[in-house]
Ligand binder design. Sequence first.
Ligand code: F6P
Length: 501
Amino acid sequence: MANAYTNRKLSARYPTDLPAWKKLAAHHKDDMRNKALRELFARDKKRAERFSLNAGDLTLDYSKNHVNATTMKSLAQLAKQSDVPAAIEAMFTGEQINQTEGRAVLHVALRSKISDMVALDTPGVREVWEVLTRMEAFVDGVQSGKIRGSTRKKITDIVNIGIGGSDLGPVMASRALRPYWKKELRFHSVSNIDGTQLDDLVEELDPERTLFVVCSKTFTTQETMVNARAARDWVVDKLDAVAVQYHFVAASTNHEALDEFGIRSDYRFGFWDWVGGRYSMWSAVGLSLALVIGMENFRRILSGGRRMDLHFRQAPMDENMPVLLAMLGIWYNNFFGAQSQAILPYTNRLDRFPAYLQQLQMESSGKSVRMDGKPVRCDTGMIIWGEAGSNAQHSFMQLMHQGTRFVPVDFLLPRTSKLATANCRAQARALMEGTTNDSIEAYRVHAGNRPSNTIHFKSLTPETLGQLIALYEHKVFVEGVVWGIDSFDQWGVELGKKLAQ
Ligand code: F6P
């Protein structure tokens, strides 16, 4: 694959030199910095409608942001001047856009159909559907009881062992899709280094009915190896050495390490170097999830992701949801100086979604050097944090309403609970409007003018979850393209790993 985009990118200008960036800087200073959101709503009765966008099953209401038509036009221009359209094409066609690791970035291939022609020439891409078929046979086998433990008992407990991208995706999605769990199957996870998770978990597990899914792209990550060996010792102790073959399955790209650990060949599910850890839940890393929700539902997540991919690849910059979300992020980060962003899902089922996005965004965008090796000249990734609403309202939201920090919010809202919807809308409105009553005491005043996006959807299904995850994956990618950083490496975590060894 010729690297037309990546080669050009090496000599790209700094984003701060682009005409659209300069225009936005002036627009921020002269027009928007001190404009009250209340005023923008008062002037335009159709604002909520005008500043709202649909993609797949998701609606993005971005009306409560410090933007007007000029802002949105300039942000779209900045995306174009930053070569975002070419970068999107470069990703889908398999260019090595992860330049520091010399790799293509093709998590989109994991959820594509062969007819989408996503980088079919890249080694491994044509194996995607074969691995999915093998996963399907395995998942069906476990669920039907055809595949059993070493003593022929049916498997009831699935334990995902992994960390980072090999943990957060399956954990977040299994919690999100709790109503889809098959009867008599339970999901558990072990990730942390100190051993207490496994110690506590095995207290409630029956070794004869437990299947460990060891997920690790490299199969060398210390935490995962320590936990996997401890789980293996437990199985050997409670059953016998032969049982390891029946109670351990693995998702990895490192076949030699799997030999060494004792994973039998038909219990191995591979993926490829073009799948980054934090983008891997669509691959065999999703096996533990698929085991509890069933392969049909797992494929529905993939199809949701694909739906967002098609939108991302086809929609013009000013009607492209991931691009819009990214450019609004840049607007607050680089022009308003926001240091952090809160993610507040108004369903408890998405309680691990903020943690999932923390890795996705902060590991991808926590960079201070550009792809050409030069230091960046503007801030990059924001600090991402959050909690499920309405728990958030009773802990940290005081700071967001009346504190000195400027924290833009993304509310995620399935419209399934009237009370949750009312609370979410009330928070977005209170942040935006504040209170206008002059006669109240100073400590009661809400200044308002605090921006938020609301992404709403009918209900949390495998498809909507897939769309949401893909939306944020692409958002992160677009921000990285504008800043000129490599969003797909993570050299910063390597030093600590080495020192710990
Ligand atoms: O923490 C760094 C990291 O490399 C993440 O990017 C990754 O998700 C995690 O470690 C786990 O890596 P592996 O899947 O190779 O065990």
